[in-house]
Ligand binder design. Sequence first.
Ligand code: DP6
Length: 339
Amino acid sequence: MISETCIAPVNIAVIKYWGKRDEELILPINSSLSMTLSTDQMCAKTTAAASATFKENRMWLNGEEVPFEGNPRMQKCLDALKRLAEAEKSKRFPLEWKLHICSENNFPTAAGLASSAAGYACLVYTLANLYGVEKSELSSIARQGSGSACRSIYGGFVEWVAGIKNDGSDSIAIQVQPALHWPEMRVLILVVNDSRKKTSSTNGMLNSVNTSDLIKHRANVCVPQRILQIKEAIARKDFKTFGEITMRDSNQFHAICLDTYPPCAYMNDTSHAIVNFIHQYNETRGDVKVAYTFDAGPNACLYLLEEEVANVLSLLNKVFPNDNSENSEYVKGIPIDLQ
Ligand code: DP6
């Protein structure tokens, strides 16, 4: 038996990916931009083993067995890696050997945050090590597992360029700035408990592409401008501009979710209370000091600089007191560079 274990980081988008132009290849209608977080607080961990004695491919996710063969995204990633192994004549073990894969994440259970991004990035990286293949194509392979996963292959600030080609060869993730460029940047994740059933990102964005009018304006007009502006803001370390663009993009993304028919409301009352809190905080401080962004769920991700963290956390604890349920859990993330 031969095995490999790897961990992969979470990324939190400040310009959101929402909508596909190709469902099969997972090609987006707009570029997106994120920061990759250090793995000590949140990460996915995968162990993959190959053996001549395994009868079938099997997979466990957070301790529970999940179907492997029936999962087309997983199969696509595996097939792509095997093709690479064949092309590179990698001979670590015979390619017909079956695999056992154990994957887990250490995120707070209620968070459900960016789990597919870290999960698929980790799966693809671990399998690449197992098969002993070159790492250059891993981001594109991870993208075919889950779009946002292509950004978790790189550290620091990462852009996923939408591209225009039908074969997806120009839809790639690139590092915009290393983490060391802005090491004071922090992310606070506020876990907001919500038991209501959610529409997955995959289904939500498909519905938005099919029914929302606003999504076209965002993808064609707003996002291209924002990507340019936020990259300049990151280069200048201009938090005010970075924060404002981040909040506007999150707000517009959720407006699109409401413009979807039937609408999908990912944010709840607590999420909206957090939005109000942040705007009040910034008003009191006389500048944009904290920015919120929400993915396809009620949990808030706050971007802020280290100098602001203690103050914001102490106020958050007063305004949203921790009642020892999972209602208010804070996870702090810092930017990371990967090897
Ligand atoms: C709101 O990458 O989970 O988090 O490609 O269908 O797997 P699929 O979708 P996924 O969507 C993430 C959407 C988002 C925004 C983002 O991370 O950019």
